[in-house]
Design a protein around this ligand. Structure first.
Ligand code: ZN
Length: 488
């Protein structure tokens, strides 16, 4: 058989053209990638925290130490909700020097997503009153059992234009994390309970306690396969460290928290969180003073997800392909609302308008994409990467070269392309894009992503491929080609 390489370079021009059509169809929230300190950051999946947060994060996890350090030193797991970005004096330093060096961020582009977990409860009405008074929208990750008790509060959350996410039925860690089947059942049950009240099942999911040490790759993959979007957070308000954390301590955590262009803040509106209610006006003021606007999370927002750890907190078996085939069905998004943007009028009972899907990604042509993996750095020019809602794609050729692998196509008419790495082989079906992973010792595993072949170039999503192969993505960023050309 003839072994032939897929060429990329000479086709980049044509490819850019066809890709720009696709780009035109992307969703509005892709604009969530903004420019701060001259650097735009695009969360690429599991190992993510943005901007300087990411740098610190990866410093903690990747460069400076082991996963053990990650847990025991800078990140202390609270009883209820897991890890928090470390205190960021280093961040401030970096930010300050960056501000001095580059254009300041237009404040209108900074967005904070306030999130409330574990409700609704007796405190939820107070939270909603404050949000209404402040004209702020937030996101509520609710428990199925709490919705059963307070359906009227969920209705109010929905009616007032906040977003709803699924936080499992009963928050019972042991059950949820000892077996994916239990987790799945709770997400489905809670989805149904929510749907009975507000008419749709949300796709947003937050893992009780966060994903860190709780989720493995299969949890992420199967939820994603079903269309759920799992969100962790950037800033833990610390209101669940123990019971009755006082307002002053919550504010301290908020002030110490990382401030990214898009920042997700974790709070709780469950019973026992009266102090969170007290702190809320100050939290809103804090972010407002820093130039942030407040938005709800929507399904097209790129998710914040903690790194999948090699450490295990839970003993469990993966679920079988047979079980997956039988049970993991796509979430029914019918009736799902795209709640209104802040400042827009809600049109009574009518479902909010879908956001205009036209979006310009002109900035991609002025950004380099730099990614650092365990084996080195990838430095890609505009045209050598492309972004979708979920991932950043790069040519398979570039990735296999980076990872010291091979790309094999038997001939132009062959039905598949093999990406061979020392850890195993990914086979991409050229007709469907479907990808399969196989190692010497493992069975064939269908992957959830698809390759895209255009003009002889096979594009693959960077982070999922690295996850599959087991090469950690340590850091990534989008860097303007020229400073001072950042659109306000
Ligand atoms: Zn929770």
């Amino acid at each position: 058989m003839l072994i032939m390489r897929v060429s990329e370079r000479r086709n980049l021009h044509a490819l850019r053209k066809s890709w720009s059509n696709t780009i035109g169809k992307m969703l509005v929230l892709m604009l969530t990638v903004v420019f701060v300190f001259g650097t735009a950051v695009d969360p690429i999946g599991a190992n993510k925290a943005e901007d300087s947060g990411l740098q610190l994060w990866t410093k903690q996890v990747g460069d400076a130490g082991t996963a053990d350090d990650f847990l025991d030193k800078p990140f202390r797991l609270s009883e209820r909700e897991a890890p928090q970005l470390p205190k960021l004096t280093a961040f401030d330093e970096m930010a300050n020097s960056a501000i001095a060096a580059k254009e300041p961020v237009p404040s209108s582009s900074k967005v904070v997503y306030l999130t409330f977990d574990d409700g609704p409860s007796k405190h939820t009405a107070d939270v909603l009153d404050i949000l209404e008074r402040e004209n702020v929208k937030a996101t509520f990750f609710v428990l199925g059992k709490q919705v059963k008790q307070h359906p009227e509060l969920l209705k109010r959350i929905d009616k007032e234009g906040h977003a709803i996410g699924n936080h499992s039925y009963n928050h019972a860690y042991k059950k949820l994390y000892s077996d994916f089947r239990h987790f799945w059942q709770q997400i489905r049950d809670t989805g149904q309970v929510i749907k009975e009240v507000v008419g749709y099942e949300p796709r947003l999911v937050r893992a009780p306690g966060g994903t860190y040490l709780n989720f493995d790759r299969q949890y992420f993959q199967l939820l994603s396969q079903a269309g759920y979007i799992v969100h962790d957070w950037h800033v833990d308000s610390g209101d669940s460290k123990r019971s009755g954390v006082p307002e002053s301590e919550i504010m301290k955590s908020i002030r110490a928290g990382v401030r990214l262009p898009h920042t997700v803040v974790l709070m709780h509106d469950s019973a026992g969180h009266g102090e969170t209610v007290k702190a809320l006006p100050d939290i809103i003021k804090f972010y407002r003073d820093k130039g942030y606007t407040f938005e709800i999370m929507t399904p097209d927002l790129e998710p914040v997800q903690f790194k999948v750890s090699t450490r295990k907190r839970w003993e469990r078996k993966s679920v079988t392909q047979a079980w997956i085939d039988q049970h993991v069905k796509a979430v029914d998004v019918r009736g799902e609302k795209q709640p209104e943007r802040q400042g827009e009028q809600q049109s009574g009972k009518q479902p909010a308008k879908q956001p205009e899907k036209q979006v310009e990604r002109q900035n991609d042509s002025s950004l380099r994409f730099k990614a650092t993996t365990e084996v080195g750095m990838l430095n890609l020019q505009p045209g050598q990467y492309k972004r979708t809602q979920q991932n950043t794609y790069i040519p398979a050729r570039i990735l296999t070269t980076h990872l010291d692998g091979n790309i094999i196509v038997s001939d132009n008419h062959s039905t598949q392309i093999e990406l061979q790495f020392k850890q195993g082989t990914i086979t991409v079906n050229r007709a469907t894009g479907a990808a399969v992973w196989q190692t010497d010792t493992s069975e064939r595993e269908r992957l959830i992503w698809k390759g895209i072949e255009e003009d002889g170039v096979l594009w693959v999503p960077l982070r999922p491929v690295l996850d599959t192969i087991g090469v950690p993505l340590l850091k990534y960023e989008f860097i303007p080609l020229e400073m001072g050309k950042i659109d306000a």
